[in-house]
Design a protein around this ligand. Structure first.
Ligand SMILES: [Zn+2]
Length: 475
């Protein structure tokens, strides 16, 4: 990883960060606390070890980790924290001419010219787009014409599980946020053991080029779940991801809790993100990730009608969700030590499940990129995992990731939009991973009844969940 100190790019963090943090605080604070309880405290080793603690951080001093390997050029752990000075960002090492086509995506159309984007023709950044525009009205009509029935499920209210007791008790919604319910149309893991479907969310950002450089150095490809507002702000970075052979997928326009939105707003969020990605790259993704994993059967049906397959991160029990917590370093909610302890906990679970896995990580903040390039990815490489984009980890070619280049030979469309929805029991589907405990149950009780589901941990989860509810109310 080469850091160019001569190229200092002024960085203005997007306006969504503060609102975003509130949500992440709500959902992640509980997880970090649980991880601290359940994490096996590994002995520090020579490669890198955790000893960084701070009274200002919520992570308890018990968090510890050991790594098999780290990057010799890694940013020191002491510099991966909230409030550290902004690092110099690196420029993209390659920019692409209009008309260029990517390798690895057969029959791809030519790359559009990003300078031709008219910013005023898109919705305001980081807000749920209006639903009365001609574009959204057309997409609403297309959803109506798709033949997909959208279930009559009421929207949830802000505040997560504690604020929505009726929705929580209604298991027919299959609401992932509260209980981890998945359907067999969700991709929640990779079918092959020790295979990591690598993903980064919330970009592109000024720090994405640093991540891309490291991925290039190690010949790694990832899936990027792109926020539409960021794509409009950083189109050349999105082009570099796409042209570099990474998978591009949808992560909504303004990063809302999807289940709190109306059908029309969900359509607007997904439709504008599909459109900006198409306008920048020339192709339309057919996978999406709901922000915070906030999806229920209503959101799923709209995704199906719009040709999008949901991808969530692996969750094998109420206390074992494959979330590094990396997003929360920047806001001071967690520490890098805790994140690496979470990573070690994930590794422990990886070794016992029968499938591969998908982990939640982000490329929006320098701290997340620093922990990924300096520590998590080098350690993963030392573990000899097969690391690849989600579309490849479910045994499909990269060209199947886009509506324009999917020849439907391995991936027939479900809806008119060209969905990559998997059939029941297909590789990557929830049924295929049911042996690992990640089945389609909506019962939180079932989720904790694993060999590792210690009573103490379950009790702690419940207590912290209640505390989290209080915090959400105050926020
Ligand atoms: Zn996100």
């Amino acid at each position: 990883m080469k850091l160019s100190t001569s190229t200092v790019v002024s960085v203005v963090l997007p306006a969504l960060v503060s609102a975003h943090d509130i949500h992440h605080t709500r959902y992640h604070a509980r997880q970090a606390a649980v991880a601290a309880v359940s994490s096996a405290a590994g002995a520090p080793t020579v490669a890198a070890s955790g000893s960084l603690t701070s009274a200002a951080l919520s992570a308890p001093p018990t968090a510890s980790f050991s790594l098999m390997s780290s990057n010799p050029n890694a940013v020191p752990l002491s510099s991966i924290a909230s409030g550290v000075p902004t690092q110099a960002t690196v420029p993209l090492d390659t920019t692409y001419q209009a008309g260029a086509t990517p390798t690895g995506v057969s029959s791809a159309p030519g790359l559009p010219n990003p300078s031709s984007l008219v910013i005023s023709s898109y919705p305001p950044l980081d807000k749920v787009p209006p639903t009365d525009s001609p574009e959204v009205q057309q997409w609403i009509q297309e959803v109506a014409n798709s033949g997909v029935t959208i279930p009559n499920i009421t929207a949830t209210v802000a505040g997560g599980c504690p604020a929505n007791p009726e929705a929580v008790s209604d298991s027919s919604r299959c609401w992932w946020t509260c209980g981890g319910c998945t359907r067999n149309t969700d991709i929640v893991s990779c079918p092959d053991k020790l295979t990591w479907g690598l993903t980064y969310d919330d970009g592109p950002s000024p720090y994405t080029p640093t991540l891309l450089n490291y991925l290039d150095e190690q010949s790694l490809k990832s899936t990027f779940f792109v926020v539409g507002s960021r794509a409009l702000s950083y189109p050349a970075t999105l082009q570099a991801e796409y042209m570099g052979g990474h998978q591009i997928a949808v992560h909504t326009w303004s990063h809302p809790d999807m289940t709190t939105l109306s059908n029309e707003e969900i359509i607007a969020e997904l439709g504008w993100t599909k459109k900006i990605i198409k306008d920048v790259t020339g192709v339309t993704p057919n996978m999406m990730r709901p922000p915070y994993g906030d999806i229920d059967d209503r959101v799923r049906a709209i995704c199906t009608a719009m040709g999008l397959t949901p991808v969530i991160w692996t969750r094998i029990s109420a206390t074992s969700t494959f979330d590094t917590g990396d997003y929360d370093i920047a806001g001071g909610i967690t520490s890098v030590t805790q994140v690496l302890a979470n990573w070690e906990n994930i590794l422990g679970n990886v070794s016992v499940i029968d499938t591969g896995f998908i982990v939640l990580e982000h490329d929006l903040f320098q701290q997340s990129v620093d922990v990924a390039t300096g520590y998590i990815l080098p350690d993963a490489l030392a573990h000899k995992f097969t690391i690849e984009p989600v579309v490849n980890c479910v045994n499909k070619p990269l060209s199947d990731a886009y509506i324009e280049t999917n020849d439907n030979s391995t991936d027939p469309p479900l809806a008119s939009g060209g969905s990559a929805t998997l059939s029941s029991g297909a590789p990557g589907s929830a049924e295929a991973t049911s042996k690992a405990g990640s089945n389609s149950s909506s019962s939180a009780t079932a989720m904790v009844s694993t060999p590792k589901g210690l009573g103490l941990v379950a009790l702690t989860t419940a207590i912290v969940s209640l505390l989290g509810g209080t915090a959400a109310t105050l926020l």
